[in-house]
Ligand binder design. Structure first.
Ligand code: SF4
Ligand code: SF4
Length: 214
């Protein structure tokens, strides 16, 4: 009910389906999304009490629906902060746990990054191979786990020159060239990702309540 105040149901279904279609690239798997939503729900119910709005018909189901919307919609469509702006504002939510480096399926290197990377690290040449899916680009060889992470400190051995995908995580670019947008990788094990979705959920919940009461 609350979510309907923010987005048309049909549009929501289209966006949700599209988001889960990215499964092919090892991104938002349904199982992982459910785990993330559970983690966010447990935090959100402590931040926003359903009891307070029960007279207005708000239920725990509304919280779950709002979280599903936060997964897939950028707040900039409601004149709020973009995923990028939120991620930049709350960088401290990264606990440097190193999971994203240990559990990455591949580490993408754009062809335009390669020269800079090799100029300062010519030794890396043997560690870089053509990207299997987009052969005009590259990737780190044997990146599961990434060979550049220190297993004790979680520090990256090529931190200064690390690829753009590493700098952006948990944001990931999706869409076609010219229309690409920053999406949040929905990982229940990434504190940064869980908190970004929580923050978006709080903003969306408050906006929906404002519209409900208005
Ligand atoms: S981005 Fe997430 S998974 Fe990666 S180090 Fe930070 S908290 Fe851990
Ligand atoms: S290159 Fe560095 S930041 Fe990127 S996945 Fe490997 S260890 Fe992590």
């Amino acid at each position: 009910m609350l979510r309907d105040l923010l987005i048309d149901q049909e549009l929501f279904e289209i966006l949700r389906t599209r988001s889960l279609e990215s499964d092919d690239h090892g991104m938002n798997t349904t199982e992982e999304v459910e785990l993330l939503e559970k983690a966010v729900f447990n935090r959100l119910k402590k931040k926003r009490s359903v009891k307070k709005y029960r007279k207005l018909g708000v239920t725990k189901g509304d919280l779950k629906q709002i979280i599903q919307l936060a997964d897939i919609m950028g707040l900039d469509t409601l004149d709020g902060p973009s995923n990028y702006e939120l991620a930049m504002e709350y960088e401290e939510w990264c606990t440097v746990c190193g999971r994203c480096c240990r559990e990455s399926e591949s580490v993408f290197i754009h062809k335009d990054e390669l020269n800079l990377l090799l100029t300062f690290n010519s030794d890396l040449e043997k560690e870089i191979i053509r990207n299997k899916e987009f052969p005009q680009h590259f990737e780190i060889r044997d990146s599961h786990p990434c060979k550049f992470i220190d297993p004790d400190s979680n520090k990256c051995a090529i931190y200064t020159f690390r690829p753009q995908v590493c700098r952006n995580y948990p944001l990931t670019l999706i869409g076609s060239p010219g229309k690409a947008q920053n999406s949040i990788h929905l990982s229940s094990k990434c504190n940064y990702s869980v908190n970004l979705i929580l923050k978006k959920s709080i903003i969306l919940f408050d906006e929906a309540i404002r519209r409900l009461e208005g």
